[in-house]
Structures are given as structure tokens and as C-alpha cells.
Design a protein around this ligand. Structure first.
Ligand SMILES: [Zn+2]
Ligand SMILES: [Zn+2]
Length: 107
């Protein structure tokens, strides 16, 4: 089984950020506002979903094996999708997401 890794420059539909191709990882969300579009049905990069709703970041947490994982939720169909952060993601936005959920993790 294989899936296509999409790693191309794209213009964010929501904040207008011009995202260059990511180094090393597959970029699947905007590095500035962290939003994405619901285009993958099953595998990252499969582009099989017909939803195309806005994927909004709702949570972020450090993954024991990878680096930080960002949790996205689709505004349209409410599907929850987890993505690895890219190295040039807006780290302040990620920290803010982690703080939002700090109570449930640490207390
Ligand atoms: Zn954006
Ligand atoms: Zn969706």
C-alpha cells in the first residue's frame, strides 16, 4: 500500500500566507494560521475527500515518537485529523493550542 506525498507550495485560503514547499516533511497545513483543508479521506496526501471543509486546529501535544502533533477538526463534517507539525510552523500558535488544553493534560 502506498500513498502520494504532496509537498508543494500553496497559498493559504484562509490567511493568505504563501507557504513554500516544506523541507523534509509533507506540508499539509498552513505554517502561519495552522489551518488546512479537508481533502484527504484516509491517508495523508490521498486527496480523496470531497468535503473540502476548513480544518481548524483544536489541540496540539508532544507525541512520544514523533515531534509535536497538531489535531485538526473539520468545520464541515467534524472529522478529527492528526498531523505532524512542520519545522517552520508558527510555534506561538502551537504553544497557544497546548496551553488551551494544559488543564486536561496536567491537572
Ligand atoms: Zn493560513
Ligand atoms: Zn470535512
Amino acid at each position: 500500500m502506498s500513498f502520494t506525498v504532496i509537498n508543494e507550495a500553496f497559498l493559504c485560503d484562509w490567511c493568505g500566507e504563501q507557504n513554500p514547499p516544506s523541507k523534509g516533511t509533507c506540508r499539509n497545513h498552513c505554517r502561519n494560521c495552522l489551518c488546512s483543508k479537508h481533502v484527504d479521506a484516509v491517508f495523508p496526501g490521498d486527496r480523496k475527500s470531497l468535503c473540502e471543509g476548513k480544518l481548524v486546529p483544536i489541540d496540539a501535544y508532544p507525541h512520544p515518537k514523533h515531534e509535536i502533533v497538531i489535531v485538526h477538526k473539520c468545520e464541515q463534517c467534524e472529522k478529527v485529523i492528526q498531523n505532524k507539525k512542520s519545522e517552520d510552523d508558527n510555534f506561538d500558535a502551537i504553544i497557544a493550542l497546548m496551553k488551551n488544553n494544559a488543564e486536561t493534560i496536567f491537572f
